[in-house]
Write a protein that binds this ligand. Structure first.
Ligand code: 0O2
Length: 221
């Protein structure tokens, strides 16, 4: 008897923008918002697993600590709305998904500066991870002194009825850069109240010192 042929797998990937009609105003207390955040959380889960595999592979196969640790976060509703208002973007789900690239965020912290570029190359080679945008604040630090390699990627989230591509922001930085930016984020970057010129200069000087330290550590290792 001839074997029944398997139904061809329909692996249609759609953009999250086309998932539901999102032309409504954002209301964080609504189910739509919570469902959306669930999808972003699943995108993080997916990508985090891939990166953990990479971390363990380097430790076990090459006896090398390529990744020190990973942090993940979903952007707070208040932060999303503040960013949209600052940019003058209409407060709809559609606009949020299209314009706010860091709703889902993963930070990769590595020991050495050269590891940043190795990790970036490895991510670029990952199946199922599409790079949408890159920002090299390592070669070209921001005026504030901020250094990190940013990638906006999209990863598939496989739901029962749809496979959706979801955007995630990846920040890759060294332990030393992470030390600086975590403190600066609290003291200078985020607070509404601006700090003085002299203090601001000191933060830039500290970033320069961190950069020197990172270069020295690379030579020692
Ligand atoms: P939060 O609260 O950390 O999330 P894009 O849409 O990606 O093109 P965006 O998001 O403005 O534009 O990109 P950019 O400038 O690359 O910054 C993205 C994130 O990098 C910021 O997110 C910060 O997390 C971090 N960042 C950028 N500049 C600095 C800085 O000077 N100091 C510190 N500590 N972090 C910085 P958010 O949404 O602004 O804030």
């Amino acid at each position: 008897m001839p074997m029944k042929s398997k139904k061809k797998k329909e692996n249609q990937l759609i953009k999250i923008e086309n998932f539901i009609d999102f032309n409504q105003t954002i209301k964080p207390e609504e189910e739509t918002f919570q469902k959306l955040m669930f999808i972003y959380a699943m995108a993080i889960k997916q990508l985090k697993t891939k990166l953990e595999i990479l971390k363990d592979e380097f430790e076990i196969f090459y006896n090398y600590d390529l990744i020190d640790h990973l942090n993940t976060r979903i952007k707070e509703p208040k932060s999303i709305l503040t960013k949209m208002k600052k940019r003058g973007i209409p407060l709809t789900y559609q606009e949020m998904i299209e314009n706010i690239n860091d709703i889902a965020g993963i930070r990769i912290v590595c020991p050495l500066k050269k590891d940043i570029f190795s990790i970036k190359d490895l991510i670029q080679n990952m199946i199922d991870v599409n790079i949408l945008k890159e920002k090299d604040y390592i070669t070209y630090p921001k005026k504030s002194g901020y250094s990190s390699y940013h990638l906006i990627v999209e990863v598939p989230v496989n739901l029962s009825k749809q496979n959706i591509y979801v955007k995630v922001e990846i920040q890759i930085r060294t332990i030393a850069m992470d030390f600086w930016s975590t403190l600066e984020h609290k003291v200078k970057y985020k607070p509404e109240e601006k700090i003085g010129k002299q203090e601001s200069k000191e933060w830039v000087n500290c970033a320069k010192m961190i950069n020197k330290l990172d270069n020295k550590m690379m030579l020692l290792n």
